[in-house]
Write a protein that binds this ligand. Structure first.
Ligand code: WTA
Length: 657
């Protein structure tokens, strides 16, 4: 990659070494790196022994003879649900809170201890068995962020039935294709859900999806909103009728370490969704290890909050399997940030004395945009660690997060990983790493990654290329459900022997990693490679800009041209009399990018907008912005959180041209 044009992020000179006080109490120790480097398999073997309870010990840490199909902790047997729940109760921790649940309606709260959770999962496991669900039968779960969702997942794990969660914001269409691909026999859902202070239906989507899914025998319905719903007597059953009458005793049988635990669908670039599947022993080991070390979790005193939705991998690994394996106390929050409830998070952090917060850069930037009034009257001093995941975090957002939310002293951990990797792969270790705002730093002890060029050769420090994982890791996907060829082809064919993550990255002069976004977001302008992330980061570093999305639009002369869409900060909107038409402001921003990166990176177009098109998981859909920039019909908007955003952007485009 062109050095001159990629240097913006490397201008970041701020360093945040751990405080002595934090380091003294930290879970992670510098010696982890040495231990893992000396004997990686022995290192993982120790983690698996220390973090999990095995009913039968494994004979071999890793079997890679059938690469790229891995087996971890070969011959070992365990039960995931027992590891998440029962053993903690047996160890005398039954009264410890597993979840403080906070519903979207403010009065909806529940406190669930480990002993409560054990009774609930036993009843739910008995209920599933009464429906004829056994080992290897798949169960689809289409539920919002309520305790029953976690209970349903754990009950499936307990009986060896892989679950597949479908985010409750997805359409009937998306649900149907996942049910079909996973061959689910039971769907667990709710009558409706609460989102952004209003009720939204769920059961109608299930009815529509199940009408197309002959394999589904039963639909189990949690009563959440109490709304009137259609009912099929032969197929539908209320959760409370089915589950509440079951015995709260259930024996957890053990399964092979490689027993499939779940399938989770991610949108591939085209076509059929990819069913990423994860198994038990390796996955739990890496979830527990990363949860403890990356978030510095002291289960006896921390209140930990991962603010993702449980329907995404972040929720699977860091709301459910990681925290529960570690006997941690978590927040389970049904709501999402929205303008009508700007201070709900801060209130909740104050009320529950949350000490660890894990969220996404898009959320952080949304809060930056709203300003600090929302924080008034809320004491955030319980926070002691902040995490970020999902996309590159620009240095300004990182600093804002640390200073404004973290009181200027909480360590920030930027964690890189994917649905496919199952657990965190690249991240600083709090108490050990001197962090750099915007850098995910290094592979965790036990994980090996590199940045390679087009030919698969490692690039030297100071250069960019493609992020790869160079050796198998415990929580790695075991394949694409039902499609081993697609697994091989997508991840292992680009660079033989290396896992191709699909992300661009750069090693700085110290060898630390800076993630640059998906490689399909890399632009080529007049032969210069430019990263969308880098230009976005430059724009957001301007005091008037809250959020920015950059795309490369086709251009006959330069190959691509840089097109930017920006949201202004509240103060700037008030100042600018005609937002969107302020050509002065646009000129100022273009100059700013030129100053930060170089004239080559200057956006040809900058459009001031009030919203950006985002998926329900908060990722900006640049593909749609590219459609606008290239002035063609806008593609599929069905996965947008708010499908009207594109109309607004189109209109804005029309009025400024
Ligand atoms: C991106 C979410 C930069 C990346 C856990 C990856 C990140 C994709 C980071 C996976 C990060 C995730 N810095 N980029 N810290 N974390 N990504 O499967 O492009 O929803 O390939 O998993 O998100 O998204 P997924």
């Amino acid at each position: 990659m062109s050095q001159e044009t990629l240097s913006n992020l490397l201008h970041e000179q701020r360093r945040f070494p751990p405080s002595e006080e934090f380091a003294a109490q930290a879970v992670a120790k510098p010696s982890l790196y040495e231990e893992a480097a000396a004997d990686r398999e022995a290192f993982w073997g120790r983690q698996a022994h220390e973090l999990l309870t095995w009913s039968k010990d494994f004979d071999q840490v890793l079997d890679w003879t059938d690469a790229p199909f891995a087996k971890w902790f070969v011959g070992g047997r365990l039960n995931a649900c027992y590891n998440c729940v029962d053993r903690h109760v047996e160890a005398g921790l039954g009264d410890r809170v597993a979840y403080y649940w906070q519903g979207d309606p403010e009065g909806d709260k529940r406190t669930i201890t480990y002993a409560d959770l054990q009774r609930m999962v036993c009843q739910a496991a008995n209920a599933l068995e009464s429906l004829g669900i056994h080992q290897d039968d798949t169960v689809a779960i289409y539920l919002p962020m309520i305790p029953e969702t976690v209970v349903a997942m754990l009950a499936c794990a307990r009986i060896g039935a892989p679950h597949t969660l479908v985010f409750a914001g997805f359409s009937a269409e998306a649900l149907a294709s996942r049910i079909a691909d996973a061959d689910a026999r039971v769907v667990i859902t709710a009558d409706g859900q609460f989102r952004r202070g209003t009720r939204a239906p769920l059961k109608p989507q299930v009815d529509e999806a199940v009408a197309k899914s002959p394999g589904v025998e039963k639909v189990v319905v949690v009563r959440r909103t109490g709304d009137e719903i259609a009912w099929d007597e032969s197929r539908d059953v209320w959760w409370h009728d089915l589950v509440d009458q079951q015995s709260d005793q259930h024996e957890a049988h053990d399964f092979d370490s490689e027993q499939p635990l779940y399938i989770l669908y991610t949108s591939g670039t085209t076509g059929k969704p990819k069913g990423i599947f994860h198994t038990t022993g390796g996955y739990l080991t890496q979830c527990a290890y990363t949860h403890r070390n990356v978030f510095d979790v002291h289960p006896e005193r921390d209140v930990y909050w991962c603010a993702a939705d449980v329907g995404w991998v972040t929720g699977h690994s860091y709301i459910v399997y990681g925290p529960l394996t570690n006997a941690a106390t978590s927040i389970l929050y049904e709501g999402v940030p929205h303008p009508g409830a700007q201070d709900r998070w801060w209130k909740l952090i104050d009320e529950r004395k949350v000490s660890i917060l894990y969220t996404a850069p898009t959320t952080i930037r949304t809060y930056m945009k709203w300003g600090t009034d929302m924080l008034q009257g809320h004491d955030l001093s319980s926070l002691r660690l902040l995490g970020s995941v999902g996309e590159p975090i620009n240095p300004e957002a990182w600093i804002w997060y640390r200073d404004t939310i973290g009181g200027g002293w909480c360590p920030v951990v930027d964690t890189w990983w994917q649905t496919e990797t199952g657990a965190i792969m690249v991240s600083p270790l709090p108490g050990v790493t001197a962090t750099k705002p915007g850098s995910a730093m290094r592979a965790l002890p036990g994980i090996t990654v590199d940045v390679v060029d087009d030919t698969g050769q490692p690039v030297p420090n100071g250069s960019g290329g493609y992020l790869v994982v160079t050796s198998p890791w415990p929580a790695m996907l075991r394949g694409v459900w039902g499609d081993p060829e697609r697994y091989r082809e997508t991840y292992w064919s680009r660079f033989p022997g290396l896992y191709f993550a699909g992300d661009g990255a750069k090693k700085d002069e110290d060898g630390d990693l800076w993630l640059l976004g998906r490689v399909d977001d890399v632009m080529n302008v007049s032969g210069h490679r430019l990263s969308t992330t880098e230009i976005e980061s430059a724009l957001v570093s301007h005091p008037k800009v809250a959020e920015a999305a950059v795309v490369g639009a086709n251009d006959p002369t330069t190959g691509q041209m840089v097109c930017a869409f920006v949201i202004l900060r509240q103060e700037a909107i008030q100042e600018a009399d005609e937002p969107g038409e302020g050509s002065e402001l646009v000129a100022e921003l273009r100059d700013h990018v030129a100053k930060e990166i170089g004239p080559i990176a200057k956006p040809r177009e900058i459009l001031v907008v009030s919203e950006l098109p985002k998926t329900r998981s908060g990722k900006i859909m640049r593909r749609l912005l590219r459609d606008v920039a290239e002035d063609r019909a806008i593609g599929d908007v069905t996965t947008l959180a708010d499908s009207t955003v594109m109309d607004q952007i189109r209109q804005r485009m029309a009025t400024t041209h």
